[in-house]
Write a protein that binds this ligand. Structure first.
Ligand SMILES: [Zn+2]
Length: 297
């Protein structure tokens, strides 16, 4: 965690000030003048300022509801702002939610066709009544110097030692596909996942593509790197799984594992939480995993 040092320093400095303040200053509100308040816009701009070639003219990372001017009382990071996440944010008095994925069920969060939809209204009105702001952070976190989502996912998997910054390839100690799946289940708290291949196949070269990068991109990366296993969030059943199945049928050593979209990138929300704690001092930040909407039976 290369970002942890500034945070530790900040905490240490804060602790030192606090210690000194408590001794030298009897007023419990001593920290007041030093506490900067943050607006949504300031937090957005700060994050965006450290992303190469940002801000982007075209991006899905817009405010979905609320405003740039709102003073932030607390932040929740997550994958999907479900009703459960919204209620939790209200309970925590966190008025800014930063999800990685859409709020209103499509890439661009189009809502024109949903205006009279009771499902949309239930969610939208809950957000509006409680004066919450939602800022999606998808494109910016992915396009940091090193993809913040991948960094967070590698940490969640405990695979930092096998990771080369900037690369989707990890060289893990040789193990079976079954063990790889068990490892992911444990680390990411996923009850089950779908896969293509032989559970006894040895795996060491892992191609890690969290989320849903698309079948063509997944297959292109397989061509480039010839991994033992592709680990992804999800894919269309008629694309990459069929390609990997064909490879299997031809006797090639290639398998794939689908974690599920939400769990596969949830490490990115932990990464964003850690980033905010380091760079936006004084604002409480919580990472709450939103989980998979699909259950396994
Ligand atoms: Zn993503």
């Amino acid at each position: 965690m290369k970002k942890s040092t500034p945070r530790r320093q900040f905490l240490l400095q804060t602790g030192a000030l606090l210690g000194a303040g408590l001794i030298a200053n009897p007023f419990s509100s001593w920290a007041g003048p030093f506490q900067k308040s943050w607006t949504v816009g300031e937090i957005m701009d700060l994050f965006i300022s450290q992303v190469p070639k940002a801000p982007f003219a075209q991006t899905v990372d817009t405010i979905k509801i609320g405003s740039r001017e709102m003073v932030v009382t607390g932040i929740v990071t997550t994958m999907f702002p479900s009703i459960a996440i919204i209620k939790k944010a209200i309970e925590l008095k966190a008025n800014l939610i930063i999800p990685h994925e859409p709020t209103f069920y499509s890439g661009q969060d189009e809502t024109d066709y949903l205006q009279n939809d009771p499902v949309f209204r239930g969610k939208y009105d809950l957000l509006a009544e409680n004066k919450l702001t939602i800022w999606r952070n998808h494109d910016y976190v992915h396009r940091m110097q090193d993809d913040g989502v991948r960094v967070g996912v590698v940490e969640e998997l405990g695979w930092q030692a096998y990771y080369t910054p900037g690369s989707p390839i990890l060289q893990i100690p040789t193990t079976s596909l079954r063990s790889v799946i068990d490892h992911i289940k444990t680390r990411m708290k996923v009850p089950a996942m779908r896969f293509v291949g032989d559970l006894d196949q040895p795996c060491s070269k892992v191609l890690l593509l969290p989320g849903a990068v698309g079948g063509k991109t997944q297959i292109t990366r397989i061509q480039e790197h010839r991994p033992d296993v592709l680990i992804c969030g999800e894919s269309n059943e008629w694309e990459t799984p069929e390609y990997v199945k064909t490879a299997q049928e031809l006797g090639m050593k290639l398998s794939m594992v689908e974690i599920g979209h939400s769990a596969s990138e949830e490490g990115g929300s932990e990464f964003v939480k850690n980033w905010l704690e380091t760079h936006v001092p004084g604002v409480p930040v919580y990472h709450i995993p939103s989980g998979n909407s699909l259950s396994v039976y």
